[in-house]
Design a protein around this ligand. Sequence first.
Ligand SMILES: [Zn+2]
Ligand SMILES: [Zn+2]
Length: 390
Amino acid sequence: MSAREWVGKDFYRELGVSSDATADEIKKAYRKLAKENHPDANAGNAQAEQKFKAVSEAYGVLSDASKRKEYDEARRLFGSGGGFNFPGGGGGGSFDMGDIFGQAGAGGQQGGFGGLGDILGGLFGRGRTTAGATANRPQRGADVETDVRIDFVEAVKGATLPLRLSSPATCSTCGGNGAKPGTSPRTCPTCSGSGLVSRSQGAFAFSEPCRDCRGRGQIIDDPCPECGGEGVSTRTRTLTVRIPPGVDDDQRIRLAGQGEPGRGGAQAGDLYVRVHVAPHALFGRKGLDLTITVPVDFTELALGTTITVPTLEAKVSLKVPPGTATGRVLRVRGKGIAKRDGSQGDLLVTLQAAVPAKLDDKAREALQAYAESMAGHDPRPEITELLEGR
Ligand SMILES: [Zn+2]
Ligand SMILES: [Zn+2]
């Protein structure tokens, strides 16, 4: 992207912000548009794809303070006349903006636009943006993401939780038009209600959101006391969220239509509840299976025994056959996670030989006698073989 190409484009208009918008306003407008037009949400929609590219390009320039300065400079320069026929209007189309701006040409390709994933990843739940000229169009409400923390057992068995949400909603005092009850907004005289004004600078005409009405096309003389003229107020509501059994840590649950309300009669967005599952002191999870590690004495493994193992609800008795190796996993059928679709996991019990840190005299003597009786036994024949072969 060279400065020459920049000049032919109205990046401010692409993002629906005025040319004196703050970096924050630009970012907000971009995020909103990028999300609305993101290819993931608009499969096969060429128009959305086009728009997505255009806003990405615009943001690539306007989000970078030095690039934005160059761009503004270029617009000002060519707007002020100066006799350039640009771009390629009459005969002088060969002028290279890169010559003027030096480094601009070297910047090359996409204009330092990186980390799209990061930006899109943080799109949810960032509140409402005022996107200038688009304010009057019906628009689907934004998706909202919120977090819940549940404990391990709730995640396994499922839970029903109350969820308190504060979110913007149409102001009930003014019905959303932003005017004090009994008054109404009037059409903006500057833009005649279109929300846009044209500004011509030399050969170029730029269309910008109207500053007098901030692109809304209407002026509110007596703002609603509840929402301050925004038409939106904060609503706190309590939803009941059903967490299905077997939910994983970091999983998102979608509640259709529970996001932000749509504008102009459009559909509400969705609410995504991200579930954080606290770990359990003893149990772990592997898919639908629950796992637990049970320490056992060497003698229990060698001689065999019956151990009692907790399950999430109760306990089970497990037979450990004589000669069981440490690390062996015993499977207790049907004591794992049961999902609504009928799938069912098991409890996987890992036996782990525990070595006593201290021995009393009697135990030491007994172990020494044992060791003597095992003197001819090599616990690691393969290793001995390998070592002797060298
Ligand atoms: Zn209001
Ligand atoms: Zn206006």
